[in-house]
Design a protein around this ligand. Structure first.
Ligand SMILES: [Cu+2]
Length: 188
């Protein structure tokens, strides 16, 4: 009996590994917490917090009666500012910001980095970095797809309030319908 349970746990963790894909490794990204759980429900919280590298389409399978309109899966994968108010960076206009991406499993697609207004889920600057043929499964991933810098533009006061703006990394693997995003809170 114990052996069967151990085998099952091993199989489940293997599935978890296979589903793991990519996040912003630095600067500090938005993380799931109690506000995420309130917005998205317990089941979604358990899935997303156990694997932050997963995709939107996978997360959507956990939508249930606890999931509210505040669970914005297509903005920062539903991560909430309230869980991340201690994680806010400050960037000046013209500042070069190094970005590090951690890819655990590649999928050929496109990727970009933009500044998004979280109140409207609209891109207000960018793409600041654009990756064609992103994270391909058919060749070695070029180093500049996982380590690069963006230059923060002048945002004219649009991002002076913490929580209003994020740097969002967006990776869309159309051939397999998997979309990934990861966000960094910042002010200017
Ligand atoms: Cu995948």
């Amino acid at each position: 009996m114990f052996t069967k349970i151990a085998a099952l746990l091993t199989a489940l963790s293997a599935i978890g590994m296979a589903q793991a894909h990519g996040v912003i490794a630095s600067p500090p990204r938005r993380q799931p917490g109690s506000a995420f759980q309130s917005a998205c429900g317990l089941q979604m919280y358990q899935v997303v917090s156990s694997d932050q590298y997963g995709n939107q389409q996978g997360a959507e399978q956990n939508i249930n009666s606890e999931t509210t309109a505040a669970c914005t899966l297509y903005l920062c994968r539903g991560m909430q500012f309230a869980d991340n108010s201690g994680n806010v960076q400050h960037y000046t206009a013209g500042q070069s910001v190094p970005i590090s991406i951690d890819i655990r499993a590649p999928h050929t697609g496109v990727a970009n980095v933009s500044i998004v207004d979280t109140t409207t889920n609209s891109v207000i600057a960018g793409p600041l970095y654009n990756i064609l043929d992103a994270y391909s499964t058919s060749h070695t991933i070029p180093a500049n797809q996982t380590s690069f810098s963006i230059t923060i533009p002048s945002l004219g006061g649009a991002c002076s309030t913490a929580g209003k703006c994020v740097i969002q990394w967006w990776w869309d693997a159309r051939p397999i319908d998997q979309t990934y995003m990861s966000c960094v809170d910042f002010t200017q």
